[in-house]
Design a protein around this ligand. Structure first.
Ligand code: FAD
Ligand code: SF4
Length: 345
């Protein structure tokens, strides 16, 4: 078996996972076309104010990798572009890539890496928490933007009370998301802790049913948010949010203490269930890929990232994953793509 670097690998989606896949292939000298539908690389990481479990700046995951892509002679990045069609060929796929101006480019590729990511569930089915009806009720991704503003110095005049609701939609069959979304315990702890870092006089409450922190340094991270930053964890699921003067009244039973409690909050942040992005659904249909019951792309049995003979997944198009996991899957998908391209003789 020789080394074959003639065939191009198509990477669809330029978030953490797609960038890493393209970067690894590029570093090894394999031709890559990375297609990203928005006008910048980085995906959801661009929207984050800080990163668990080490309070890192998310930009630091993205910028050096983008620099590597720019410096690589074998990587071509197409922004504001997406794949609109594909046909199976003997050695891979013939694909059609359309850019924002409507121009369509034809490309023959030997391997495809799908890295089209995730989105948060639509909260309009959660009327009881007032998202969309009351100001200052955010989903967790929207609240990252608020935290970014506060980090940049645009802070509220009075120290606010911020309440985080976990498991919103997730683990709830009636909402259609019976699974645990995996990352929201951690990012809710991060957001609640960051509020206290930025505004030490503020109060942060986290309403939880469970708390899952099973990753390297995760348990210590949540503990330090509770013990060092004095975020208050309340075990209970808020029943309803009601507007009261210019605040939001939360009624909940503290199921550890067995007492009803009321909190008047200035901000409510809903850790909503994570589901496949529209792009993930579209690419799964276009390439005829297996998906699970919720639409996440499913690898072949006993495979980590291989979905079909020449198609691999990377990152949260397969399920909710933290940044490190997305990078690991990107690297794994790149390695498998190289292996399949090298089987050419
Ligand atoms: C509120 C919140 C806070 C978080 N905080 C942390 C944290 O502190 N630490 C941590 O480790 N993780 C955190 N995460 C998780 C982290 O954001 C993800 O692990 C990471 O962004 C996943 O990267 P990805 O590449 O799989 O997906 P994405 O970032 O979603 O990237 C997918 C990319 O694909 C593009 N795309 C989609 N469809 C198409 C298409 N058809 N054609 C071309 N391009 C397409 C999208 O535009 C996007 O750029 C957080 C997540 C959320 C929601
Ligand atoms: S990760 Fe935590 S907040 Fe998210 S669904 Fe699972 S238990 Fe609930």
């Amino acid at each position: 078996m020789g080394v074959h670097k003639e065939q191009t690998t198509l990477v669809i989606g330029g978030g953490a996972a797609g960038i890493e896949a393209a970067r690894m292939l590029g570093q090894a000298g394999y031709p890559v076309v990375l297609v990203e539908k928005s006008n910048r690389l980085g995906g959801v990481l661009n929207q984050l104010a800080s990163s668990f479990p080490r309070w890192e700046d998310p930009v630091k995951f993205v910028e050096p990798r983008i620099k590597d892509l720019e410096q690589s002679a074998s990587v071509k990045v197409l922004l504001e572009s997406t794949v609109i069609g594909c046909q199976k060929t003997e050695n891979g796929y013939q694909v059609q890539i359309k850019n924002i101006n409507g121009a369509v480019e034809e490309l023959q590729v030997g391997a495809v890496i799908i890295a089209t990511g995730f989105e948060m569930m639509d909260l309009s089915g959660y009327g009881e928490y007032g998202h969309g009806a009351f100001p200052n009720v955010y989903d967790s991704l929207e609240f990252e933007a608020v935290l970014k503003e506060w980090s940049a110095g645009k802070k509220p005049e009075k120290p606010p009370v911020v309440a985080f609701f976990k498991c919103v939609g997730s683990r709830d069959r009636s909402k259609g998301y019976p699974y645990c979304s995996k990352i929201c315990c951690m990012y809710s702890a991060k957001q609640a802790g960051l509020v206290k870092d930025l505004l030490p006089e503020a109060k942060s409450y986290v309403f939880y049913m469970d708390y899952r922190a099973s990753g390297k340094e995760y348990e210590e991270f949540v503990r330090s948010v509770i013990e060092d930053k004095h975020v208050r964890y309340v075990r209970g699921r808020p029943a309803k949010v009601l507007p009261e003067d210019d605040r939001l009244l939360i009624r909940c039973e503290d199921t550890l203490m067995g007492v009803p409690i009321e909190v008047r909050a200035d901000y409510i942040v809903l850790a909503a269930a994570i589901r496949p992005s529209r792009g993930t659904t579209e690419m799964a249909e276009m390439f005829g890929l297996e998906t699970d019951a919720y639409g996440f792309i499913e690898p072949e049995p006993f495979q980590a990232v291989k979905v079909q003979e020449r198609v691999f997944l990377a990152g949260s198009c397969g399920f909710a994953v933290e940044t490190l996991g997305a990078l690991q899957q990107g690297a794994a998908a790149a390695a498998q793509a190289m292996a399949v391209l090298n089987q050419a003789d």
